[in-house]
Write a protein that binds this ligand. Structure first.
Ligand SMILES: O=C(O)C1=C[C@@H](OP(=O)(O)O)[C@@H](O)[C@H](O)C1
Ligand SMILES: C=C(OP(=O)(O)O)C(=O)O
Length: 426
């Protein structure tokens, strides 16, 4: 796709699609509940549709009408043996969370995904699930495809996570629904807590104190209505675009503002971004509100430590903001970026270098010396939705016409991305 940049700005009001993390969890928790779950503003991205397909293949009745989803929950013990290998496509969230559920079933299942999924580490779930008594195997004990056989009985463990990961935490909490005793997860840094919030909302016996989460089996889950907030990770592309494109003034309506996800707002404000929040409210245990963004002069910052899990998926677009900011931005403690859909550190360093940015790759992040100008270029996307969207925004800023190798990958998390860009672009 070709993108013309320079003299472009964004004006108006948009609503980004539903949150990907929350959409996945609504399907999974709805499918483990008794009775009907109704999901509004469900993200119709490929990743979440992969989750739907996996549960349909285990006999769960799921009906999709526009962006509303109706799940006839068969209860905690109601899943049926899948007739074929479950396929998660490109979705790390699906494979890791689902494995925790499958570890507790009395049937055998096989799960795989696309090329990128087969390269992503699965030992991070295999190791703790085995400690709980699960019968799980992976390729070389590290990768998908995974094979999960019934085990005699899972038992709750205390697991100290070596790296902050909401996917691993959620996997273990789901397995905890099927385990004897208490399952306790200790987080080195607090990661997104949508699973904890939604399990509680559906009636699970779950407690959070500081960075520790406890779950006890025994409670039934009851079907509920879930309204999915707009995805702050999708809103991030528009926030950065509005900040860097001169003359922009944009409102993003009904965006999820859960503290475990708002690191992007904290960082962009620290960079000097004019960002205001209004209409704050709570919807099914999740805070939401409207975000107002105006073009601003940005300056470099350091991003590290506890902030990293609160903005992990936003680092590629933060790199774009840093590229046009004044001064140096340092991003560290972010080596998790190397095991996402692509190696997101290397991808952003290589592509922004082509656009003329002074950017250096580090083992756990990058150092970016901001420069007002970006050149147009031919850009690779690594079949990674977040790289493709970040480079699309960089291309809107750059002088001249850039070309992106592909943009189909964007459909995994934000199918109407370009429609919304066109809606507010002048
Ligand atoms: O739990 C989730 O929904 C997610 C957790 C994060 O991954 P990790 O748990 O691997 O950090 C994030 O990068 C991913 O996009 C979605
Ligand atoms: C890392 C991501 O997703 P997942 O791990 O579910 O593939 C993402 O959406 O940026």
């Amino acid at each position: 796709m070709k993108i013309k940049g320079g003299n472009v700005y964004l004006k108006g009001e948009i609503e980004v699609p539903g949150d990907k993390s929350i959409s996945h969890r609504a399907i999974m928790i709805g499918a483990l509940s008794d009775g009907r779950t109704e999901v509004h503003n469900f993200l119709l991205g490929k990743d979440c549709l992969s989750t739907v397909e996996c549960f349909r293949n285990m006999g769960v009745n799921i009906d999709i009408k526009k962006n509303k989803v109706f799940i006839e929950g068969p209860g905690l013990k109601g899943l049926k043996e899948p007739k074929k290998t479950l396929n998660v496509g490109n979705s790390g969230t699906t494979i890791r969370l689902l494995s925790g559920i499958l570890a507790g079933q009395n049937f055998t299942s096989y799960i795989t995904g696309d090329k990128s999924i087969q390269r992503r580490p699965m030992d991070r779930i295999i190791t703790p699930l085995r400690k709980m008594g699960a019968n799980i195997k992976g390729k070389d004990d590290k990768f998908a495809p995974l094979e999960i056989r019934p085990s005699n009985r899972l038992k709750g463990i205390t697991y100290k996570q070596p790296v902050a990961s909401a996917q691993v935490k959620s996997c273990l909490l789901f397995a905890g629904l099927y385990s004897e005793g208490i399952t306790k997860v200790i987080q080195p840094k607090i990661s997104r807590d949508h699973t904890e919030r939604m399990l509680k909302y559906f009636g699970a016996d779950i407690k959070v104190t500081g960075n520790e989460v406890y779950i006890k089996s025994g409670n039934k889950l009851k079907g509920k209505k879930v309204i999915v907030p707009g995805d702050i990770s999708s809103a991030a592309f528009f926030m950065v675009a509005a900040l860097i494109l001169k003359g922009s003034k944009l409102t993003l309506k009904n965006v999820g503002l859960n503290e475990t996800r708002t690191g992007i707002i904290d960082v962009l404000k620290a960079m000097g971004g004019n960002i205001k929040i209004s209409n704050l409210k709570t919807v099914n245990n999740e805070p939401i509100g409207d975000i107002h963004v105006k073009h601003s002069k940005l300056k470099g910052v350091t991003i590290e430590g506890d902030l990293i899990p609160r903005l992990i998926d936003e680092i590629p677009i933060i790199a774009v903001a840093a590229s046009v900011a004044e001064g140096t931005t340092i991003i560290k403690d972010a080596s998790e970026l190397k095991v996402k859909e692509s190696n997101r550190i290397k991808a952003m360093v290589d592509e922004l270098t082509k656009m003329g940015v002074d950017i250096e790759e580090r083992e756990d992040g990058m150092i970016i010396k901001g420069n007002k100008k970006l050149n147009s270029a031919f850009l690779k996307t690594y079949a990674d939705h977040r790289i493709a969207m970040s480079l699309s925004i960089a291309s809107l800023y750059a002088d001249g016409e850039s070309e992106l190798e592909e943009t189909d990958s964007i459909a995994v998390s934000f199918p109407n991305f370009f429609n919304l860009v066109d809606k507010v672009k002048s």
